[in-house]
Ligand binder design. Sequence first.
Ligand SMILES: Nc1ncnc2c1ncn2[C@@H]1O[C@H](COP(=O)(O)OP(=O)(O)OP(=O)(O)O)[C@@H](O)[C@H]1O
Ligand SMILES: [Mg+2]
Length: 330
Amino acid sequence: MNAIETKGLVKKFGDFAAVAGINLEIKEGELFGLLGPNGAGKTTTISMLSTILKPSSGSASVWGKDLLHDKDSVRKSIGIVFQDPSLDDELTGRENLDFHGRMYAMEPGLIHERIAEVLKLVELESKADALVKTYSGGMKRRLEIARGLMHKPKILFLDEPTIGLDPQTRRNLWEYIRNFNKKDGITIILTTHYMEEADFLCDRIAIIDHGKIIALDTPEKLKEVLGGDIITVESTDSNALKKLLEGQVFVKETKLFDEHLNVSVDNGGKALPKLIELAQKNKITVDSAVLKRPSLEDVFIHYTGRTIREEEASDKDKARMQVKVGGFRR
Ligand SMILES: Nc1ncnc2c1ncn2[C@@H]1O[C@H](COP(=O)(O)OP(=O)(O)OP(=O)(O)O)[C@@H](O)[C@H]1O
Ligand SMILES: [Mg+2]
């Protein structure tokens, strides 16, 4: 069975299509990623699949239930961790979980049992009775994931699970996410604009831009499309260099983005000196040349001609993390 199927899913805000016709088949047990820049339509897609937003058109089924006609069943089969923090800082971890259990009309005995289980899963037992405002960023995110798992969902949506976290905490969280998927068999759909995150965690990735899927495959296959190595060249005259390289047998493809030129080649080690020599002969200054294996960032550039601009995005993340989204403040 497919955990999720969508056909021509569209969400319009006025005339603007935030999600412009998405077709997906996500398998049971998959760890699936939606990767794309700010404003690509990731959250909007997840909001539709979790019944928070009504699609403008198209259809979808979640764990075999129709999204439009069987909302209650869909809700029971999913858990969600929102992009913006939504814990109550003035409550303890245990109280936040208890509140969630009541919202889902779980039996008090079961709530008690599940709180112990999910706290163990995210290793927060010792912090259970501390106020959430005393938690670190990583602990808060783990508690939000624990909350998403309270009612034993089949599918867990994680919207930017490691947003605003430092690299070490991020890696630590990756281990939890992977375990929920591989050990506990929970189907996970996550969104991210961090390339390494999608690459490391996901079985398959849909790259999404302007509300459309522009590529969908395993991380390995996506990178294979580029073939070989990539030399990224910085030059004051990258246009002239591009023209010059286009005619060379050792060059497979050239792509300009921002001030940089990406050159795809079979053998980077051999091609790099040739490239520099050729530039010198033609009096084109090369300021820097970096050789690397293709990354998902290069895949994104390949399809869109743009970078995902992680730095810009992470500034936005930091600003977001500072905004308190209190939920239900007393
Ligand atoms: N309620 C709304 N009303 C109007 N426009 C909206 C609304 N929600 C989202 N949008 C727009 O839809 C587009 C997609 O937004 P969405 O939040 O889905 O992007 P995203 O991929 O999650 O981006 P990010 O990485 O910043 O979280 C954006 O242009 C956004 O401004
Ligand atoms: Mg988003």
